[in-house]
Write a protein that binds this ligand. Structure first.
Ligand code: SF4
Length: 162
């Protein structure tokens, strides 16, 4: 991978990333398990890396995992994930055509009694996690030339193959 490749593939990210991890999605997933780039790993249950195939035609990017994703270790498995699957079904898009991930891979929360209330990752935490997203974009996009589309602000963005 040349710097030109990285630059081209970084277009989908709002900010540049210098150190993009390399390897297959499986290797990236294994490496992200032990990530300590920011403090969010400490109270979280586990890393919630992206799910799906490198040849996925669509990439959905959420903000960060929630409590259910944290326990399951998979993205989009909570109520929003159920709604998303319903919508994909209604649009006749097979779930395996979609790669799902988040910009931040650990659940950030504030304990409130027995509940864990979602807290938005700050700018430093988002920046620390950006290399993982860049790596996912590289792996998924390099398998199939793609164009990207942005969903309503605050929800998620999508990258779809042409
Ligand atoms: S949130 Fe991202 S950068 Fe921070 S520890 Fe988890 S995987 Fe690493």
């Amino acid at each position: 991978m040349t710097p030109r490749d990285v630059a081209a593939d970084a277009i989908a990210l709002a900010k540049p990333v210098d150190d993009v991890p390399t390897g297959s999605l499986a290797a990236l997933r294994r490496a992200a398990k032990d990530c300590r780039r920011c403090p969010l790993w400490r109270p979280a249950t586990q890393t919630v890396f992206g799910a799906g195939r490198a040849r996925a035609r669509i990439m959905l990017i959420g903000e960060q995992p929630g409590a259910q994703e944290d326990l399951a270790g998979a993205p989009f498995v909570g109520p929003a994930g159920s709604l998303l699957r319903e919508l994909l079904g209604a649009a006749q898009i097979p779930v395996d055509a979609v790669y799902m991930t988040n910009t931040v891979k650990h659940f950030k929360f504030q304990p409130r009694g027995k509940r864990r209330l979602h807290v938005r990752a700050n700018a430093a935490e988002q920046a620390a996690c950006r290399p993982w997203l860049a790596a996912e974009l590289l792996r998924v996009r390099r398998k199939s030339p793609s164009h990207s589309a942005r969903w309503p602000r605050g929800h998620c963005s999508a990258t779809r193959s042409a």
